[in-house]
Design a protein around this ligand. Structure first.
Ligand code: GDP
Ligand code: IMO
Ligand code: MG
Length: 432
């Protein structure tokens, strides 16, 4: 009865989508458990990249049922657009293949406005969010004024619920120029339209998932973002508004901790970050541009250039600890081909001290200087390698050193975005 959690071990975009898509070959069910349309998970379908935002990365496998769990915040417009664009590629999405939790919260049009308004209010508040309304939707959830997917099943009650949420937003609406204020009836009509379209997908996924787990189904729980963006464990306040780590897989799906059988952390062979916040190993100038271009590091959701730097073993070791990773999948090793030397940050120097653990305070992380270990690089392109044994010795040495520093077995090494580019490392623990 394997239930495998897949989480990002850095600041997102580690290649979770590609890895989940690969593992989903052996999965019955793939579940997203947190985040919203801020995520951009790339899978290769018929030779072309497809960016998924709300729909789990198992969707291209016809045998896989995909679930949007209770912990996700669902923008119904973004979801319907995604269903339509996937359908146009020939990926059929039916209520048998996609289930949306009745307990998931809805992102309304003005949540996106609130997100953007905060970003534009001044540099002190700016986080560099994706402006998908994710933070404000979670605020409403915790403030107990949110509207849930299940409310769409009862249109006659929706108006009263929307009214409560609307009153809660009055101060914000009143501060807008009159012609920019949203109209209550227009928003209600829009929601009622979505209610009709989404009705067949709405499910008590908590009960359903537990039944499936009890029946021995193979379940993958797909995290969005990464440990460095977790609202508790990440670089607060430069984080997203959910628990991106393994604990979030339970609260965001309703599958209890006792049902989780393993936790796979995904880490890139280097580090990237989008938006504001500390990033100790960030490269600058031409060095940053070189890595960005080699790795094609541009956001799958917003198209923003990603900040790039060397692998940070302090961060990934911390991620392995808070997630309880049983194994790691290392991605994008191919991108490091051609560097005469490759670097790994093994500790931080801060005000004369050596830090080997990830500090809680973002200002400390802003001030630290990375302590690097330098290893010899390799010239050979890796994208055609189809086994661990075929990797150049220096590439293998780099991976083995990362494994030693992080303290968790590396199960797979990826050398390209396709399923066939995921190489099993000998003696690695089985992921399933
Ligand atoms: P996610 O958000 O963690 O799913 O990652 P993204 O999809 O945002 O970004 C990862 C990018 O790297 C995507 O464009 C993937 O197609 C690509 N990718 C994944 N694994 C590899 C790999 O091993 N090598 C290369 N070159 N690209 C990869
Ligand atoms: P995937 O799942 C990388 C970042 C934003 C910003 C911060 C808060 O593709 O790895 P939000 O819109 O969530 O309120 O923004 O989090 N962020 C991501 N960075 N990958 C993601 O998702 C991200 N989702 C949010 O850039 O810094
Ligand atoms: Mg992404």
């Amino acid at each position: 009865m394997p239930v495998v959690v897949v989480v990002g071990a850095q600041w997102g975009d580690e290649g979770k989508g590609a890895m989940v898509d690969t593992l989903a070959e052996d999965a019955d069910i793939v579940v997203r458990f947190q985040g919203g349309a801020n995520a951009g998970h790339t899978v290769i379908y018929k030779g072309k990249p497809v960016a998924l935002h709300l729909i789990p990365s198992g969707i291209t496998h016809e045998h896989t049922v995909c679930v949007i769990g209770n912990g996700v915040v669902v923008d119904p417009k973004a979801l319907l657009d995604e269903i339509e664009s996937l359908s146009s590629l020939g990926i059929s999405i039916t209520p048998e293949r996609l289930k949306i939790s009745d307990r998931a919260h809805l992102t309304l049009p003005y949540h996106r406005m609130l997100d953007a308004a905060r970003e534009m209010a001044g540099s002190r508040l700016r986080l560099g969010t994706t402006r998908r309304g994710v933070g404000p939707t979670y605020v409403d959830k915790v403030d107990r004024v949110g509207i849930r997917v299940g409310d769409l099943k009862f249109p006659e009650r929706l108006e009263a619920k929307l009214r409560i949420n609307w009153e809660h937003k009055q101060a914000f609406f009143n501060a807008l120029p009159p012609d920019e204020r949203p109209d209550f009836n227009a928003v209600l009509d829009e929601l009622l339209r979505y209610a009709d379209l989404l009705q067949p997908y709405i499910t008590d996924t908590v009960t359903w998932l537990n039944e499936q787990a009890n029946a021995g189904k193979r379940i993958l729980l797909e995290g969005a973002q990464g440990t460095g963006l977790d609202v508790d464990f990440g670089t607060y306040p430069f984080v997203t508004s959910s628990n991106t780590t393994a604990g979030g897989a339970c609260t965001g799906s309703g599958l209890p901790p006792t049902k989780i059988t393993s936790v796979l952390g995904i880490a890139k062979a280097y580090t990237t970050r989008v938006g504001e916040g500390p990033f100790p190993t960030e490269l600058h100038g031409e060095e940053q541009v070189k890595l960005r271009e080699k790795g094609r590091e541009y956001g799958a959701t917003t198209g923003r250039p990603r900040r790039c730097g060397w692998f940070d073993a302090v961060l990934v070791r911390y991620a392995a600890t808070v997630n309880g990773c049983t194994a790691l999948a290392l991605t994008k090793l191919d991108v490091l081909s051609g560097y005469p030397e490759v670097k790994i940050c093994v500790a931080y120097r801060w005000r004369g001290e050596t830090l080997t653990t990830f500090p809680a305070e973002s200002f400390v992380l802003e001030e630290v200087e990375p302590i690097y270990e330098t290893l010899p690089g390799w010239d050979e392109p890796l994208s055609e390698c189809r086994s661990w044994e075929k990797l150049p010795a220096n590439a293998q040495r780099f991976v083995m050193r990362l494994q030693e520093l992080v303290g968790v077995p590396i199960a797979t090494v990826s050398v390209g975005p396709e399923r066939s580019c995921v190489l099993m490392k000998p003696d690695a623990p089985s992921i399933w």
